[in-house]
Design a protein around this ligand. Structure first.
Ligand SMILES: N[C@@H](CCC(=O)N[C@@H](CS)C(=O)NCC(=O)O)C(=O)O
Length: 216
């Protein structure tokens, strides 16, 4: 696939919650883009061609108009700024959404860790005993923040919702049952009901693919 520099190109993997976040944005916003798969199972993220794109050797990465953006929350920020979707209305709320993204990379990342240790890498039980309460505490924070509200910021779905939900989307694979958090569950159902939503294993292709929603 030859990448046109004016076309959004997302690099990612279907098992990756970090990849799901920008993928979800692009799918819900119905934007045209190209997807390039980076096979984590075979270590493609550490190959020279990909390290030249993402110095951290991780997915995702976004290429657009000669720029390369890495780190899923920076990508969400970039997409919101350049395409205008899922961006809060007021200046204060735009910062508020970005505060959530910064917090999620400290806190909800523990949900991703618990899932990773359940699903991909067996760890000493003491490691799990450390991360599990941190993961649960982050879900408690989201659940409490959603009392009496539909969305984390303002009155509509923003990058804060996509970033936080996207990172916790595999929580069940970590043994974290969503029924325990009723506000969080109702919020997730508002997101999953959106046109263009699908589970990461379905939404994120396993091979390179072009998405052209207006032509489909
Ligand atoms: N803070 C990064 C985390 C990225 C990350 O952890 N990516 C994982 C997949 S979810 C990855 O590439 N793992 C493979 C590796 O680290 O070698 C982000 O939000 O983009």
């Amino acid at each position: 696939m030859t990448d046109n520099p004016d076309r959004l190109t997302l690099y990612g993997s279907f098992t990756s919650s970090s990849s799901f976040k920008p993928m979800l944005y692009l799918s819900l916003a119905k934007l045209p883009f190209s997807f390039r798969t980076v096979n984590l199972k075979f270590g493609a993220q550490k190959e020279d061609w990909y390290l030249a794109i993402n110095r951290y050797g991780q997915v995702p990465a976004l290429a657009h108009r000669g720029l390369v953006i890495v780190q899923s929350n920076s990508i969400l920020d970039y997409l919101a700024r350049t395409t205008g979707h899922f961006e809060p209305e007021s200046e204060q709320d735009r910062w508020h959404a970005r505060e959530w993204l910064s917090w999620e990379s400290d806190a909800i990342t523990n949900v991703a860790k618990v899932r990773h240790y359940h699903r991909f890498r067996e760890v000493d039980p003491a490691v799990m005993a450390y991360f599990q309460p941190l993961a649960e505490a982050s879900l408690d924070v989201i659940d409490t923040a959603l009392i009496g509200r539909e969305w984390l910021v303002g009155d509509h779905c923003t990058i804060a919702d996509l970033g936080c939900w996207g990172r916790m989307v595999f929580m069940a694979e970590g043994g974290l049952e969503i029924d325990r958090w009723s506000n969080l569950k109702a919020w997730s159902e508002r997101i999953t009901a959106k046109s263009g939503y699908d589970h990461p294993y379905t939404l994120i292709p396993k091979k390179d693919r072009a998405f052209d929603p207006t032509q489909e």
